[in-house]
Design a protein around this ligand. Structure first.
Ligand code: 48F
Length: 257
């Protein structure tokens, strides 16, 4: 039996990986925005891989605020809580609250149930750039980066890449740093995140969700970081709505292909 256990794991894991080296959409980061985008895209029969550096997907949503594990969501985003079967309570006129562990696990469950494949312990170190278009990602085991080992990466091709890496906007940063590209921002560069202003930040997260460079989309906190807007703290409606918006932008492109 011992031999079979190993065989099953190795064979089925590599089946998953081989099936995901040529994707419709590669999402980098399994925080709330990336998970919502992955769940909606996969539900529309798009071939999606979500690549997450940490062991546990979920990004910054598990801990609520300061590890007080509740989140706040505004009314505009409650249709997404309903879509993913997340229980919540109204607190005030426009503000609702949910248990962050319940909400995060529901997003992970829905993304995978709908057919998105999550690769945890994967760290994305670069993009594939061909003819001035991002058409894939360069992936490595997260422990290789952590141990600073000099080991070459693998490549995952994708028609569209989503930077859902949160505050650090790592995919857009590496694209800008290594290539003389002009991004779809006022200065053509990464504008950088501003301090906290919750209402403004929630609004601009959705406005800033867009194709930042041919083939590369930004969502969630990465959208505000790249486009020079504010952080918002532990209110998550903007993250969920941004994930929904980026999925719909890409679905429109795929339908028109
Ligand atoms: O930070 P994160 O939760 O991103 P988000 O979806 O949501 C932001 C909120 O959690 C919160 C906020 C709203 O109140 O401001 O911060 O924008 O999740 C980003 C995920 O990306 C992973 C990282 O481990 C995290 O789980 N990540 C970051 N860089 C890489 C990466 C990388 N290079 N490769 C793989 N994963």
């Amino acid at each position: 039996m011992e031999k079979q256990i190993s065989e099953i794991i190795v064979k089925t894991y590599f089946e998953k990986l081989i099936n995901s080296i040529d994707l419709d959409v590669a999402i980098v980061g399994a925080g709330p925005s990336g998970l919502v985008a992955g769940a909606i895209l996969a539900n529309n029969n798009v071939k999606v891989g979500i690549f997450e550096r940490k062991l546990a997907p979920g990004g910054g949503m598990w801990g609520g605020a300061m590890m007080f594990n509740q989140i706040v969501v505004q009314k505009e985003a409650t249709h997404l809580l309903d879509m993913f079967g997340i229980s919540y309570k109204q607190y005030e006129f426009n503000l609702y609250t949910a248990d962050s562990v319940h909400a995060t696990s529901a997003l992970i469950y829905n993304a995978t149930k709908n057919g998105a494949t999550i690769f945890n312990c994967f760290s994305i170190e670069d993009v594939i750039l061909k003819n001035n278009k991002v058409c894939g990602i360069v992936v490595n085991w997260a422990p290789v980066h952590r141990e600073q080992l000099h080991v070459d990466p693998l490549i995952v091709m994708a028609k569209y890449v989503i930077d859902a890496t949160g505050h650090d906007s790592e995919v857009t940063k590496v694209l800008e740093k290594k290539n003389k590209v002009i991004l779809n921002t006022p200065s053509g560069k990464i504008e950088g995140e501003r301090s906290l202003s919750a209402e403004e930040a929630e609004k601009t997260t959705i406005e800033n969700t867009k194709e930042i460079y041919p083939g590369l989309f930004i969502t969630g906190m990465a959208a505000n970081g790249v486009c020079g807007s504010f952080r918002m703290g532990p209110i998550f409606g903007g993250m969920l709505l941004s994930g929904e918006k980026v999925a719909n932008l890409i679905l429109t492109l795929i339908k028109n292909e």
